[in-house]
Ligand binder design. Structure first.
Ligand SMILES: [Zn+2]
Length: 167
């Protein structure tokens, strides 16, 4: 297959990875972007719900993104720059699920509001902790006026949501 036939999933020209204003590395917009622009798909090694349950994970926050169908994507294995978006309780980007033509559930990272070139990009991790760790184990320092003090998703949900998972 030639490169021109299919866009390389690891090519994320709208993202630049650099030192974050909040934590470690972050992702920044390379140009002014309106709301609703696709930044990239969250890529990486995929695991089914059964594979996830059968596997031993090191007990730390990694790049595991759990989809609402129970599949998990490990962005640390073959992922792209989307894994460098940090968490904010007042994010300017969001992760949206969408089935592709082949029936694969994709996770699209896209802008939620207009952002300016050079702005750091954030999503709400909607973090869940498999081991029932308290919210205080995952403190948030995003600095937003609406910061809930933890990266854990504290909202009661009726439906499964995609979100980062700490194991
Ligand atoms: Zn916060």
């Amino acid at each position: 297959m030639t490169a021109s036939r299919k866009r390389n999933a690891n090519d994320t020209p709208l993202l630049r990875v650099s030192t974050s204003g909040i934590h470690g590395l972050g992702a920044f917009a390379t140009r002014d972007l309106p709301a609703g622009v696709l930044l990239g798909l969250y890529e990486g090694r995929r695991y089914t719900a059964d594979q996830v349950a059968a596997r031993t994970w090191d007990n730390q926050l990694t790049y595991l993104f759990m989809l609402s169908n129970g599949e998990t994507i490990d962005g640390g294995k073959g992922g792209n720059a989307t894994r460098h978006l940090n968490h904010s309780c007042d994010p300017n980007c969001e992760a949206v699920e969408e089935y592709d033509d082949a029936g694969r559930l994709d996770l699209r990272f896209q802008t939620l509001v207009p952002v300016a070139a050079g702005e750091e990009l954030f999503i709400d991790y909607g973090l869940t902790a498999d081991d029932g760790s308290p919210a205080s184990d995952y403190p948030c320092r995003c600095g937003a006026a609406t910061c809930r003090g933890t990266m854990l998703d504290t909202e009661p949900r009726e439906e499964a949501q995609p979100g980062l998972v700490a194991r």
